[in-house]
Design a protein around this ligand. Sequence first.
Ligand code: ADP
Length: 464
Amino acid sequence: MLTIKGKIILANLLVFGLMLFGFAVTIYRSTQESEMAKLEARIQVSASKLQRQLEDEPDNQESSGKHELFTLAADTFPEVKFRILDRWGHVVIEDSALAAYSGGSWQKALAGSSEKAVVTLDRQRYRYLLIPVEIDDRIEFVLQLAAPMTGVQASMRRLITLFSIAIPTALFLTALSAYLITSIAFRPMSKMVETAKQISSRNLDERLALPKARDEVRSLGQALNDMMLRIDEAFKSQRRFVAEASHEIRTPLTIIYSELEYAKRYIKEQEAAQSIDVSLSEIDRLTQMANRLLLLAKLDASQLVLHMGSVRLDELLVESIQLVSVLASKKDIDLVLHIEKAVELQADKERLKAVLLNLLDNAIKYSPPNSRVSVSLLADGETPGRVRIVIKDSGPGISQTELPHIFKRFYRASGARAGRAPGSGLGLAIAKQLVKLHGGGISVTSKMGEGASFIVDLPYTSNK
Ligand code: ADP
């Protein structure tokens, strides 16, 4: 598909090309006509001289008279070939070049009409004229004159050479100027496209740079900026709503939780105590969800402040593993830690711990009982200055179709939903953003049935 720029250039070329072609044809035709007219004028001059001679001495057709006529014609215009016929069609005198020519109706000339034609004699093109000569109001002779068209042909060839240089040059210049003009005209648009590409839900306050000229591009940019303003406001109010709603929900949830816990102490019936336990764990889940939504709203609004400090990553891993060890032992899951090297980096310890706990929690949650979850800390591996934490589980793994989605908000793979594994689908989305805030990245590799490996890589200053 052609771009607008391409279409404009093509349209210019087409219109200008057609105009040039029309001009060229007109110039060619009129030049040819004027060159022919010039040639005919020369033939006419030659004819008038012969005519005068014949009028002066109409009866002098002896050899000396013929010779005089011949030299006259030959001297005046050596290139003009001629033949003189009398009124009976007998040749009075003729040039050898015309001797072979049998065309031309001299009878017509006798009737008073002249004739013009282009003839080929001896592979050479000639302008041929048939002119009646009147003496005392009676046509006595007929002049057949032919002049070679070499001059006309040379002029026409020169014209064609000129056209074949001038037309492509003019077309090239047209295309070039159309290209330059459209490039200048579209430059602000290209800039706007570049800015538009950079805009995401995180920097909706960015605006397109508008061109100074009050043209269509500016109107388009202005309309898009106005639209962005409305989208930005809608996003902000939605974030505010989520943040406020999560915040408001947390307080009653905490109150209900403590009230239920209090009530549980005085309830003797086993069944009632059990349903209070279920309620408590659901309230726990809701509180966690509200906390996560609040955190996401802060991350979206770039309001989350990291408390950076020196963190020993190996120690943080040991601490995190200890925190989830109760969960693991409930399922008899072996937690194996492999530390290649002690690593210290700049990070917000609590936020990083939350990321690791989330990944470890998932690994234990999706691994079957009596299996293993391994955690490795690899420093200066493939990329120097980056440290890697790999958390590998023995769970069902994640299918290739689901892999690209698991870091999206509220996304829960079909296995997690079907297995009724508890969760909100928000943990990985938050982990990804927190790791990104630390200048790192989080990725996953997995094959169905072979578990999943979550990889967190972070920048650090190696002190080898
Ligand atoms: P959830 O609270 O549902 O665990 P997450 O954001 O932590 O939310 O994970 C999103 C989805 O990614 C999960 O619902 C699950 O389908 C999939 N997932 C995450 N970790 C694992 C894992 N270790 N093994 C298999 N699937 C996983």
